[in-house]
Ligand binder design. Structure first.
Ligand SMILES: Nc1ncnc2c1ncn2[C@@H]1O[C@H](COP(=O)(O)OP(=O)(O)OP(=O)(O)O)[C@@H](O)[C@H]1O
Ligand SMILES: [Mg+2]
Length: 295
């Protein structure tokens, strides 16, 4: 364990060093904003939100990478009808680098495919995790990295949440989804140093603004009252047939139906993200630090 901690420290030292040497003007060095999308309950819309938020960001001229961090049941590439030859499994096994497995899409965003069908690696060893962290850093020249996670709490999901500048929790108005979303917020409150992280809530599949607000008020109040945690209500997405149509066609709804209610909601959400600052000293080095602190 100590060896590994030292190795990680060394990685961080090197990164700091190379950053100083490579950039003549520190202000021009890019910092990727890392946004992790998560939920308690499965099937509440994480992958749809990840991919379509990425597209909304790309339309603002941002360089965006969507990483499918689901190591058991990948689905970002399925949603985009792509079958990348290499995926995170090969990175974890040190057969490929992150750059090598990253692929461009026809939509102006890049994706890093998850590792379908490798449930036995769903929890990484320390060594694998550190190699992975090192590889993650090679994506740092993007503006935005959106990490789509699997539902619920494995130690990997917690790592990805800990690594993020913003953790966006998705729920639907269903009581089971709300309970599970609260569960994950509670775990974040107890397991992660979340002080420098923006915790945000999106209510998906609503039928009215009032319905969304009711869910959001309940969740943000409970989190504040019982966990002393500030959760920002980022927005809602209407339950919209355009979403399931697009999923069936394996294309993002932002592309198939850019004027749908769901697409407009996604644009609002990204607009609000853009207005909310990254917490102080965030960015990639902060991400490294958070992962290091957990390691
Ligand atoms: N706003 C919406 N309106 C209508 N249907 C939706 C909406 N959001 C999600 N869905 C439906 O829910 C399904 C699941 O969405 P998605 O795959 O994005 O969820 P997920 O949280 O990523 O699931 P998993 O936990 O399995 O990864 C979609 O295929 C779609 O049919
Ligand atoms: Mg998904």
């Amino acid at each position: 364990m100590e060896d590994q901690a030292e190795k990680l420290r060394e990685i961080m030292r090197q990164k700091k060093g190379s950053g100083e040497q490579n950039s003549s003007d520190p202000k021009e060095r890019k910092r990727a904003r890392v946004i992790t999308i998560t939920s308690g309950k499965g099937g509440v819309g994480k992958t749809n939100v990840s991919v379509n938020m990425a597209l909304a960001y790309a339309r603002l001229g941002k360089k965006v990478v969507v990483m499918d961090a689901d190591l058991g049941l990948a689905n970002v590439n399925v949603m985009l009808n792509m079958i990348p030859k290499w995926n995170l499994y090969h990175v974890i096994r040190k057969q490929k680098t992150m750059k090598e497995i990253m692929v461009d899409t026809e939509y102006g965003i890049s994706i890093v495919a998850g590792a379908s069908g490798f449930s036995k690696i769903a929890n990484l060893t320390e060594d694998e995790r550190m190699n992975f962290i090192d590889e993650l850093d090679t994506l740092s020249n993007a503006d935005i990295i959106i990490i789509d996670t699997s539902a619920g709490v494995s130690s990997n999901v917690l790592d990805f949440i800990a690594a993020a500048d913003d953790a966006v929790i998705i729920t639907t108005p269903e009581p089971t989804a709300i309970t599970d979303a609260y569960g994950i917020i509670k775990i974040i409150a107890t397991e992660i140093d979340s002080l420098n992280m923006g915790l945000k809530l999106v209510v998906n599949r609503v039928h009215s603004v009032a319905e969304a607000k009711k869910v959001a008020d309940r969740m943000t109040n409970i989190a504040g009252q019982f966990l002393n945690l500030k959760v920002d209500y980022l927005g809602f997405i209407y339950d919209d047939i355009a979403v399931s149509h697009a999923v069936l066609r394996q294309r993002p709804f932002m592309v198939t139906e850019p004027r749908s209610k769901a697409s407009i909601c996604i644009q609002h959400i990204v607009g609000r993200m853009e207005k909310s600052d990254i917490k102080e000293s965030a960015g990639f080095s902060m991400m490294m630090k958070r992962l290091f602190d957990r390691g």
